[in-house]
Design a protein. Sequence first.
Length: 329
Amino acid sequence: MSTEAPTKIAVTGAAGQICYSLLFRIASGALLGDRPIELRLLEITPALKALEGVVMELDDCAFGNVVNIEIGDDPTKVFDGVNMAMLVGAMPRKAGMERGDLLSANGAIFTAQGRALNEVAADDVKVLVTGNPANTNALIAMRNAPDIPAERFNALTRLDHNRALSQLAAKLGVPVTELSNMTIWGNHSATQYPDLFNAKVGGRSAAEAVGDQDWLENTFIPTVAKRGAAIIEARGLSSAASAANATVEHMRDWALGTPAGDWVSMAVPSDGSYGVPEGLISSFPCTVTDGRYEIVQGLDINEFSRAKIDASVAELVDERNAVTELGLI
Ligand code: NAD
Ligand code: LMR
């Protein structure tokens, strides 16, 4: 066993569906490899008993790098000294709902958790929001944590990124490993824009390789953007294992870095890049070095892409206005 101090990782919604996959991936080393970790698991009081059962199962895996597991229903205790916080706990949408319909139901969770992180998290805390509507929940947490640098609040669009890679690979009949430079722009919602003009297959523009604007507009984009709804329709429950996988991948890359020559999609506070209003948490192509991400600059945005990015950003502005009216920020 290493003598390195354990990384303290908070996970919320720990007795829920996503966490039933996520916690075991984190504990097995998929997040930080062979390094000691301490898990801090937050749930609401009625779910603590179920969470005890999940912890029994974690114990029964005898994972070598898990040095301690604590559970609780008080964010100021659970988040004390945490270096990473994965905010998953929130109500999932049901068939027929859009993710924005969850704003008032879930928004309040993130005011309380933002304040608690502000009070007790470690100075280097990185916060990733998976619970929907993820971008605006991350904005709420960020605005309620004024002492934590804003850039430490991210939201998850890696699942959309992975969905886009998988759909493109199937269309081109190539393995996903031949694809690179995929970008999801905007909101984790039906307005998101998966960009094939800047994506590459074997070094060439993916849009060019596909050579079919009709497929790109009328099949690819809606399939990726509405995949969450398709899964709810098929499973009767929202995506869980794939969401857990994407959550691990986002946090892993944020901590350990992105591969040379490629980038990933991360919803991060805008610095005004690509005309996205400063402070909105919007998805961009990002690279990470030494635990710090940068938005990739200088990409060509054609007229089609511009209109799609603007539409998704307009939705983020509407969501920000709605949570301002609700008094959450
Ligand atoms: P779930 O209902 O199975 O689990 C959610 C858990 O959160 C429950 O156990 C609940 O008790 C807990 N919870 C509720 N309020 C809490 C609070 N204040 N503090 C701590 N825990 C709390 O849902 P799930 O399937 O695990 O999904 C969780 C969220 O993730 C949903 O909002 C869902 O829409 C979202 N999601 C996001 C993505 C993405 O790509 N961003 C993908 C899939 C799901
Ligand atoms: C997803 O994209 O699968 C999740 O955000 C769940 C949902 O509501 O679509």
